[in-house]
Write a protein that binds this ligand. Structure first.
Ligand SMILES: C[S@@+](CC[C@H](N)C(=O)[O-])C[C@H]1O[C@@H](n2cnc3c(N)ncnc32)[C@H](O)[C@@H]1O
Length: 255
């Protein structure tokens, strides 16, 4: 075990992930990193989605090639922070997906799957299709050596251990805006059920998870629910309060 002192309640590390995750103590350290990076879009404070005064908004605008470069910089640091058999999930909307794919293609990751997370919510649009999906890239360092434990339960037989996991995920009742663990203070929280799925499939109890771009620390809650250790990386210390409140929800595992 590396000399990292993280209590079971997890550690929050504030600052730009390109520096904080680069600390030598994290080199080759994590079994899994889950990243939900800034979308690279300018948030409209007056919009229905992000305008609620209960949210602390963050500056998310990148111009020209900045987003691909930013992605390449932080994802390279993620690569170095993973164990040789480590895995990496990268959540992205479709609008900056091209830059994300270009950036990770410049790092020696193996892209194992391109998962679609479909959800039953979207910003109302009259003259275009309502966006109701995210992309989740599943990447590994060594395509011959990584943890993958299917959790799928056949609804007809209730039998565990079916060897197949599909690359389209859908929970009709959960999305970013609607999750029993959603708390006030952060505008774009991932549902815990989604994070737990990645963690159950790609790690074992006692493993170390890097919660990159932590936001409200949903990934940390999911990790602790499942007996995994976690270090959360977030640039904005204003979210500390939000993170603490989310972790105080305690064990609300969706299992
Ligand atoms: C899409 S949100 C993540 C939300 C999170 N998955 C949740 O469930 O609450 C992206 C987060 O990345 C943070 N962030 C932006 N740039 C960052 C950087 N360079 N280093 C670390 N965190 C950053 C933002 O403050 C924001 O909280």
């Amino acid at each position: 075990m590396l000399p990292l002192h993280v209590t079971p309640e997890s550690e929050f590390i504030f600052g730009d992930i390109r520096k904080t995750l680069k600390q030598p103590r994290f080199t080759g350290f994590f079994d899994l990193v889950i990243a939900d990076p800034p979308f690279g879009l300018k948030f409209d404070k007056s919009s229905h989605e992000y305008g609620a005064e209960d949210y602390i908004l963050y500056d998310d605008e990148f111009k020209g090639t900045e987003y691909e470069e930013f992605t390449h910089q932080w994802a390279s640091v993620v690569y170095e922070s993973l164990k040789d058999n480590g895995s990496f999930y990268l959540v992205s909307g479709w609008t900056r997906l091209r830059e994300i794919l270009n950036a990770v293609a410049r790092i020696p990751f193996h892209l194992i799957n391109h998962v679609i997370w479909a959800y039953s919510w979207g910003v109302y649009a009259k003259r275009k299709y309502v966006t109701s999906h995210y992309h989740i890239l599943f990447l590994v360092k060594d395509k011959k050596n990584y943890t993958f434990k299917p959790q799928y339960v056949n609804p007809n037989t209730k039998r565990k251990g079916n060897p197949y996991e599909r690359d389209v995920w859908f929970w009709p009742e959960y999305n970013r805006g609607n999750d029993p663990h959603r708390i006030k203070g952060h505008p774009c929280q991932l549902p815990i059920v989604l994070l737990e799925k990645m963690i159950k499939i790609s790690t074992n109890e006692g493993d170390w998870i890097g919660d990159a771009f932590s936001g409200s620390a949903g990934c940390a809650l999911a990790a602790l629910n499942l007996n995994r250790n976690v270090a959360s990386f977030e640039i904005n210390p204003e979210y500390k309060n939000v993170m603490e409140k989310k972790l105080a929800l305690g064990d609300h595992s969706t299992e």
